[in-house]
Design a protein around this ligand. Structure first.
Ligand SMILES: NC(=O)c1ccc[n+]([C@@H]2O[C@H](COP(=O)([O-])OP(=O)(O)OC[C@H]3O[C@@H](n4cnc5c(N)ncnc54)[C@H](O)[C@@H]3O)[C@@H](O)[C@H]2O)c1
Length: 283
């Protein structure tokens, strides 16, 4: 069913909509003439997204919002109630990325990524659910990652935050079902955005690996955003846009023993480096 028919009032909040996937989603909603609240920490990027939304035929409200502050998210929902009379879709998208060997990731970096990637989703859900229950309608889209499903090595902190987002989404899918509230969780593999701008890692090798995967990425934020809109209109719980992401997850679920055996072998033999054309001796 068309999203505009499900939500005729067309009101969406998108966190981190100043760049990458959040911005691409804002543009997709704008093409469908939605009212879009851009909740973003980077005010310049937020203004640029707002201008783009208006150009595409949507209506925008750009708000300064740090998703690690629950009071900022409360204010965003309050503004939506005041200016738009409610919210139809909440997209918890803002996020950062990180790598590192488990024993070398600093405790400060664990707190940093947990606050931005995981606790932000808790705050985003908490602030909108009472309104959705009152409205007896609404939809939550949580942006996780394929990393939360298949957990690649040297990414424990990122994997853990994204697995947490999947757990919250699965829980809410059932918990909110009797209130007419839908939930989806988005689990993409790599696609090109500005995500590496804020990458944290104790060693250079994880940065090089991540950059290598981004360089090889064949997907784009626009393609992922289009897939999300279509999947939400079908009320899919798991949104896994890329074929390789679907394959990895299917493999892990059905053949966990061989999946982890082969993963360990690939990792031990340094096949990631060969695939990416990186010489680990130069790192
Ligand atoms: N790009 C990928 O390959 C990929 C893959 C899987 C999942 N994801 C997820 O997609 C989401 C969007 O990432 P992206 O790739 O578009 O990256 P991006 O860096 O292009 O966009 C992220 C946006 O979030 C904003 N942001 C960061 N911290 C914030 C904070 N504290 N408060 C408010 N806004 C904040 C940034 O300013 C930026 O505009 C993230 O959750 C990321 O983990 C991305």
């Amino acid at each position: 069913m068309d999203l505009n028919k499900i939500f005729p009032e067309k009101r969406v909040i998108i966190t981190g909509a100043g760049s990458g996937l959040g911005k691409a989603l804002a543009c997709e909603f704008a093409k469908r003439k939605w009212n879009i609240i851009i909740a973003e920490i980077n005010d310049k990027r937020a203004r640029e997204s707002a201008a783009e939304v208006e150009k595409l035929g949507g209506k925008s409200i750009a708000l300064h919002c740090d998703v690690t502050k629950p009071e900022d998210l409360d204010k965003v929902v309050e503004t939506a109630k005041k200016e738009l009379g409610g919210v139809d879709i909440m997209v918890n998208n803002a996020g950062v990325s990180a790598g590192g060997f488990m024993e070398k990731i600093s405790l400060e970096d664990w707190d940093w990524i947990i606050n931005i990637n995981l606790k932000s989703v808790i705050y985003g859900c908490r602030c909108v659910i009472p309104l959705f229950k009152k409205q007896q309608s609404g939809y939550i889209i949580n942006v996780s990652s394929n990393a939360g499903l298949v957990c690649l090595p040297e990414m424990s902190s990122y994997n853990m935050t994204k697995a947490g987002v999947i757990a919250i989404s699965e829980t809410l899918r059932t918990e909110l079902s009797s209130f007419g509230i839908g939930v989806s969780v988005v689990c993409p593999t790599f696609f090109k955005t500005n995500l590496m701008d804020q990458f944290h890692s104790p060693d250079e090798r994880q940065r090089k690996l991540a950059e290598g995967f981004f360089d090889k990425a064949h997907s784009s934020a626009e393609k992922v955003a289009k897939c999300i809109i279509k999947s939400v209109s079908h009320k899919h719980l798991y949104i896994i846009p890329q074929i390789e992401g679907k394959y990895l997850w299917w493999n892990k679920r059905h053949f966990p023993r061989s999946y982890f055996k082969v993963s360990a072998l690939i990792y031990k033999k340094g096949l990631f480096y060969k695939y990416l054309g990186i010489n680990p001796d130069e790192l």
